[in-house]
Design a protein around this ligand. Structure first.
Ligand SMILES: [Zn+2]
Length: 152
C-alpha cells in the first residue's frame, strides 16, 4: 500500500498526544474517515484511522481490524488505536453499546451550540467534528429536538 503521508496528515486535526485527532474530510456511513491510497497500481479508499495506524506501526494484514480506545470513529491519533480481529471489533462494539454512531456528552452539545452560533461552522463540519452519523443529528440538536435537557 502506498500512502501519501504528508497529504494524509494535512487532513488530520493533530492535537496533543492524549486528545482525539479528527479526520477533516469525508467519512463513511459509520463516521469513519476515508482516504485514498494506492494498492497494486489501483486507487482504493481505506478508513483513515486504519491508514493512521499503518503510518505509525507499519503494514498489517487485511484480516486485522484497527479499533479505537476512544470510541470516536473519525479519530486518527495512533495513541487511540489498537489492532484486533473482526470478532474483537464486534465484541468491542457490543461492550460499548453502540453500532456506529458516536456518543455525545453534554459538554459536546454545549460546544456544538457555541460553534454553530459563532456562525462559521456548517452542520456537515460539526457532524464530522463529533463523529456523528448524519447532518440531521446536528440539525435536531440545534432545533432543540434532542438533548433538550442540556442548558445552553
Ligand atoms: Zn481518539
Amino acid at each position: 500500500m502506498i500512502i501519501n503521508k504528508s497529504l494524509f496528515l494535512s487532513h488530520v486535526d493533530v492535537r496533543g498526544p492524549d486528545e482525539c485527532w479528527l479526520w477533516e474530510l469525508a467519512c463513511d456511513k459509520n463516521g469513519y474517515g476515508l482516504f485514498t491510497v494506492r494498492i497494486k497500481g489501483q486507487w482504493r479508499k481505506r478508513n483513515s484511522h486504519r491508514v493512521a495506524y499503518i503510518i505509525a506501526n507499519g503494514t498489517i494484514s487485511n484480516r486485522v481490524c484497527v479499533l479505537h480506545t476512544c470510541d470516536n470513529p473519525p479519530c486518527c491519533n495512533p495513541n487511540h488505536l489498537f489492532k484486533g480481529t473482526h470478532q474483537d471489533n464486534m465484541l468491542d462494539r457490543d461492550r460499548k453499546g453502540r453500532s456506529g454512531s458516536a456518543k455525545l456528552r453534554e459538554a459536546d452539545v454545549r460546544e456544538i451550540f457555541t460553534l454553530y452560533n459563532m456562525g462559521n461552522w456548517t452542520y456537515e463540519e460539526l457532524r464530522v467534528r463529533y463523529g456523528l452519523f448524519n447532518e440531521e443529528s446536528i440539525g435536531r440538536i440545534i432545533r432543540r429536538k434532542t438533548w433538550r435537557h442540556v442548558p445552553i
